[in-house]
Design a protein around this ligand. Structure first.
Ligand code: CS2
Length: 486
């Protein structure tokens, strides 16, 4: 049996593997991260690892999963260490040391609350996925009927949601006279910091008006744009990484070479010198965020739904199909007129770079992984562009086809008659609509467009109803590959 990666075995790593060159036992916890999935470990934790390596030990990370104990169970026996395997033309391996402690909230809620209330903590960052913010996707308002919100309002000391945890910690720090931490949303939400600030202030207000006002005025939530493609780790990855490390890592993370983090520089309680390690600190993230969500994530979702329907398993494979690749490029081009281009932003270059990233043959990024939670993703990726294009008097056919792809996808049957597992917080509602309408474009498209929490007023626009219904009809009659070229 191969030994496990951990502090005691670090010295045995082969020479080509980068590793923490700093004293991890001397780190102070300056950041608590909620949602310790692969993305955090391949992105923010890597930037912070570089800050620690540069000698500022104030920014160790305590990371927590809010639901599953899996990451804690994988990383705790490894002293929080894990390998980052960057896959592109060359394969690179680095062991990342910034995460000192890993907690699983349901098993030890008191430990998480204590960690959040440590006096050294200045930042609480989050990657909990879009759905975990308990918001109405179309309006961005707090879903006050969400079961987790109802639960957390009646159990403020034993919350389940990220908002519940943040509010519990903010309330306790305030009572103890500790400064408020900065809350850093690292999920692909529109205006993610401002959105989180609004949701958190509302949730806190429902707990008590005083806490609501405190969040409103005293808690900073800077916007961020995060970017790195991080496919879910497979057993094949584990085997390859173990062979290269000479040690077993229960949960390495896999990523592309590209990485970007744009952060609004508003950290009243202080922050790591991330600008020294490649992070772009700006006054306004919005233009970067819109370009990323509307170009990268929109075309990703397009490839995901259309790819799933056509039986294409990965993004790279979809990019090998000229019809699908061409369509992804078109979705990006159609977003361009809706973007506010800043000096230094090169939309055409960005598009070319994205297409090359999507083609990376070393990444097995599954279309089914990206297809998840579409009801939460479509508004900021696709619907905003449609709204803006309509306002500019431009056609919306390409984006209507993405929406139609999602609609056929949520029927749970691909174009070869194979069933697909639709994972979405709205899955029961979607299934009910699909069941009532049947796979009939004239009925299915309008019925799904009537789902206001997803489509809002846009779903009622006759131009949208016509374009989406026609696109869905094309998908059913022509099939994906022809429909994207029609
Ligand atoms: C993807 C994103 O799963 C998805 O929905 O579109 O996770 C995407 O890979 C990242 O945003 C890239 O930065």
């Amino acid at each position: 049996m191969v030994d496990r990666l951990c502090e005691a075995t670090l010295a045995r790593l082969p020479a080509g593997v980068a590793r923490p060159g700093y004293d991890r036992s001397a780190l102070r916890p300056g950041i608590v991260h909620l949602g310790v999935g692969a993305f955090h470990r391949a992105h923010q934790a890597v930037y912070t690892d570089a800050v620690l390596a540069a000698g500022d030990g104030r920014w160790g990370i305590t990371a927590a999963s809010l639901r599953s104990p899996d990451t804690r169970d994988a990383l705790a026996p490894q002293d929080g260490l894990y390998a980052l395997n960057i896959r592109g033309e060359a394969d690179q391996l680095a062991v990342i040391g910034s995460i000192g402690r890993v907690l699983a909230a349901p098993d030890d809620p008191a430990a998480l609350l204590d960690a959040l209330c440590a006096p050294t903590v200045a930042i609480v960052s989050l990657t909990v996925t879009e759905k975990a913010y308990c918001r109405d996707p179309a309006s961005g308002a707090l879903d006050e009927a969400h079961p987790d919100i109802l639960h957390d309002l009646s159990h403020p000391q034993a919350p389940r949601s990220a908002l519940g945890w943040l509010a519990a910690a903010i309330a306790r720090r305030r009572a103890e006279g500790l400064p408020a931490f900065t809350v850093l949303c690292c999920d692909n939400l529109p205006a993610n910091g401002r959105t989180l600030h609004r949701l958190l202030a509302r949730f806190a207000q429902l707990r008590s008006p005083g806490l609501g006002a405190f969040v409103e005025h005293e808690v900073a939530c800077p916007d961020t744009m995060v970017d790195r493609i991080v496919p879910a780790t497979t057993d094949e990855d584990r085997t390859r990484v173990a062979a290269a490390l000479g040690l077993r890592d229960a949960w390495p993370v896999i990523a592309e070479p590209f990485t970007q983090w744009v952060v609004a520089d508003r950290f009243p309680a202080g922050r790591p010198a991330w600008e020294d390690v490649g992070v772009t600190l700006v006054a306004d993230v919005a233009p970067f965020e819109a370009m990323k969500l509307r170009m990268l994530n929109a075309s990703h979702s397009a490839l995901a739904y259309l790819g799933c329907l056509a039986g294409v398993e990965t993004v790279a494979e979809a990019m090998g199909d000229p019809a699908l690749a061409g369509f992804a490029g078109r979705v990006m081009e159609d977003a361009a007129p809706t973007l506010t281009v800043q000096p230094g932003m090169d939309v055409t270059g960005y598009k070319q770079a994205l297409l090359a990233r999507f083609r990376n043959p070393a990444l097995r990024h599954r279309t089914a992984q990206i297809a998840m939670d579409g009801s939460q993703k479509l508004p900021q990726r696709v619907l905003g562009t449609m709204r803006d294009r309509l306002a500019l008097g431009l056609p919306v056919d390409a984006h209507a086809l993405v929406v139609a792809g999602w609609m056929r996808y949520v029927t749970g049957v691909d174009e070869h008659g194979k069933s697909m597992d639709v994972q979405d917080p709205a899955a029961p509602d979607l299934a009910a609509v699909v069941q009532a309408a049947g796979p009939v474009p004239d009925r299915l498209a309008p019925a799904l467009l009537d789902m206001r929490p997803i489509f809002g007023a846009l779903g009622q626009d006759p131009r949208v109803r016509t374009a989406v219904t026609a696109a869905l009809a094309r998908l059913y009659t022509l099939g994906t590959r022809q429909a994207v070229q029609a």
